[in-house]
Write a protein that binds this ligand. Structure first.
Ligand SMILES: *Cc1c(COP(=O)(O)O)cnc(C)c1O
Length: 396
């Protein structure tokens, strides 16, 4: 099996078959190796493994066969040389910063990134002498203006949460490389099924596997994908030393999730597209933010950069927070949670949850109005999702 030229396989085939090293048991489904350490045939073999003269497993903080299976599969899907799996999406971001930056370096980050990422940069990395400037995601001039000689990393998510603004990855990759910086893309919302940042010039891809890679809301995990030096050596070095590694059980859940990733991402996108079009026609909805709509300001970019528009959308109702909350509270099926990337549709009020820590001025600057609602559209029948939302919307 391992002798096959798996790089020539298509995406769907890699998602199902890459990385499985069959054991002598002849198992069809990938095995889980719940073991913390590995044994050696002899003292000499142990010495060769420890010295690095011979490849192979030593201890599961460094490597584990099930985790490696997930890493090889995700690396293939993102088109990267190396992947390291981490205990969470945040651990993937932390390990990347620790492995690739040092005291005195500067990060330029999109303002519209996951809230905890902002806290990691502002509150924690700053203690170790790494400064971050935040800019408007889609304004390339703003990125250019804040780059300094010390800038080493540009960091973004596209599309953004919850307003689905987009970054032109190719343009930002050129800007990064002209300034001797790395472009890091958190590809959580699209996954490689819809967007492959490395093929557009990005250097590092981050994942919260917790979301769509699992796809059914079961496990916390993350990953970093990139080249053999930066990821295979530098980020891996942090992982094996600092220890936020992925458990073999979680790796197994994620690697089985990858097998259906493309099908699920297409289905999430189809449901979200239909729902966005329906919401846009609804008389009680003032505005819908979804890259698949012709009304989206960057609709042309989504067609160029993504296979489909994804499962996340947001919309605005008149009447502020009371109206938004009444739409949420009128639902009987949708899950009221800020999580996303699940088969189950979730609904949240960003101004009082995910973006609740921002001051009213910061919320206004970020475009997070009191009447804004975010949906992570799941895989239920579209008629049922619509009917559940209609109860609240019709009553406004
Ligand atoms: C959830 C999320 C993270 C953090 O991932 P965890 O697995 O919760 O640590 C990072 N980035 C994005 C875009 C996310 O949605």
């Amino acid at each position: 099996m391992s002798e096959q030229r798996t790089e020539a396989w298509h995406f769907a085939t890699q998602a199902i078959r890459t990385g499985h090293q069959h054991t002598p048991e002849g198992e069809h489904s990938e095995p889980i190796f719940p073991t913390s350490s590995f044994v050696f045939a002899s003292a000499a073999e142990a010495a060769a493994r420890f010295s690095g003269d011979e490849p192979g497993n030593i201890y599961a903080r460094f490597t584990n066969p099930t985790v490696r299976n997930f890493e090889q599969r995700l690396a293939a899907l993102e088109g990267g040389e190396s992947c390291v799996a981490t205990a969470s999406g945040m651990a993937a971001i932390l390990a990347s910063c620790m492995g690739l930056l040092m005291n005195g370096d500067h990060i330029v980050s999109s303002r519209s990134v996951f809230g905890t990422t902002t806290i990691l940069f502002n509150k924690y990395l700053s203690r170790f002498g790494i400064d971050t400037s935040f800019v408007e995601l889609s304004d390339i001039g703003a990125w250019e203006r804040v780059i300094r000689p010390q800038t080493r990393m540009l960091f973004l998510e596209t599309p953004s949460n919850p307003l689905t603004e987009m970054a032109d990855i190719r343009l930002l990759a050129d800007l990064a490389h002209d300034n001797n910086c790395l472009l890091v893309v958190d590809n959580c919302f699209c996954t490689p099924a819809l967007q492959r940042p490395l093929s557009l010039g990005a250097d590092i891809v981050i994942h919260s596997a917790t979301k769509y890679l699992d796809g059914q809301g079961r496990c916390i995990g993350g990953a970093v994908v990139g080249n053999a030096q930066q990821v295979g050596e530098e980020v891996f070095g942090v992982l094996r030393t600092a220890g936020p590694t992925m458990s073999p059980f979680n790796a197994w859940v994620f690697l089985k999730g990858l097998e259906t990733l493309e099908l699920r991402m297409q289905a999430h996108s189809r449901n979200a597209q239909q729902l966005a079009e329906w919401l846009e026609r609804h008389p009680k909805v003032a505005r819908v933010h979804y890259p698949g709509l012709a009304s989206h300001p960057q609709h042309a970019l989504v067609n160029r950069q993504q296979q489909a528009a994804g499962g996340i959308l947001s919309f605005e109702v008149g009447g502020g927070q009371p109206a938004a909350w009444s739409v949420i509270d009128a639902t009987r099926m949708l899950s009221i949670t800020a999580n996303l990337g699940d088969t189950k549709t979730t609904i949240t009020h960003p101004a009082t949850t995910t973006h609740g820590r921002l001051t009213p001025d910061q919320q206004a600057a970020a475009g997070i109005g009191q009447g804004l609602l975010r949906l992570a559209v799941g895989l239920e029948a579209i008629e049922d999702i619509q009917a559940d939302l209609a109860q609240g919307l019709d009553g406004l």
